[in-house]
Write a protein that binds this ligand. Structure first.
Ligand code: PLP
Length: 223
């Protein structure tokens, strides 16, 4: 299947209320343009430098999602154009995103990343650390941030029950945050599901899936 066929398949597969973010990391401009021509507008990258290089070469109505771990000192390179930042897991990073958004006189959509996998290497808040680090007083001051929801990555495993349970946990976290901290209507994003596990994610309430290799083909990191 080529890029356009895969995209068509996904738009049919995924319910209307679920946003498809096409993860274009490591892929060339031409591939992104091919996807763009089918009407795809949400694209995800996980490296600041790559995102920074691709953005000026592509149509300005693309909504760029920064889906990877973001270092505080790099927010300044993407703050003037990035549409949504998915992997936010510290107050320090929130403060910097707010600062850069303010500088650019715009608002940036943010998702809070939660650690749901049973792997140590993955980033993200736990509910406990979130409560310790973040209080509502901090958040109100962040006028240039729009808190849109949560993001999480399941354990890399073939055991679908493990994956399903982790997605359930993220949905529960979202519901709790929505009722206790972020009661506004635009807190409406649960970003979960990748090529391997998006079907389970959608069944468990995902509203945003991040699909890379199933659209653009396998990535070759050795190049
Ligand atoms: C690469 C990446 C994806 C997409 O992964 P695929 O398996 O290629 O669909 C999704 N989310 C994040 C955070 C990623 O880094």
């Amino acid at each position: 299947m080529d890029i356009q066929e895969s995209l068509l398949k996904f738009t049919k597969d995924i319910p209307d209320n679920v946003t498809l973010v096409a993860v274009s990391k490591t892929k060339p401009i031409e591939s992104i343009l091919e996807a763009y021509k089918t009407g795809q507008r949400d694209f995800g990258e996980n490296k600041v430098q790559e995102l920074q290089q691709k953005h000026p070469k592509l149509p300005s109505d693309i909504r760029w999602h920064m889906i990877g771990h973001l270092q505080t000192n790099k927010v300044k390179y993407i703050g003037h154009f990035v549409h949504m930042i998915h992997a936010v897991d510290s107050l320090k990073l929130l403060l910097e995103i707010n600062k850069q958004a303010k500088k650019a006189n715009r608002k940036i959509n943010v998702l809070l990343q939660f650690h749901i996998a049973n792997e140590e290497s993955k980033f993200g808040f736990t509910m406990q650390r979130f409560k310790e680090e973040i209080d509502i007083g901090n958040l109100i001051q962040l006028e240039n941030i729009v808190f849109r929801g949560v993001m999480g990555m399941a354990t890399y495993t073939n055991d679908t029950e493990i994956i399903r349970n982790e997605f359930r946990v993220l949905k529960e976290i979202f519901t709790k945050l929505h009722s206790e901290y972020f009661t506004h209507d635009t807190f409406d994003v649960i970003s979960m599901g990748m090529s391997q596990d998006y079907k389970i994610a959608v069944e468990e309430g995902s509203t945003m899936v991040r699909i890379g290799s199933s659209i653009f083909g396998e990535r070759n990191y050795k190049k």
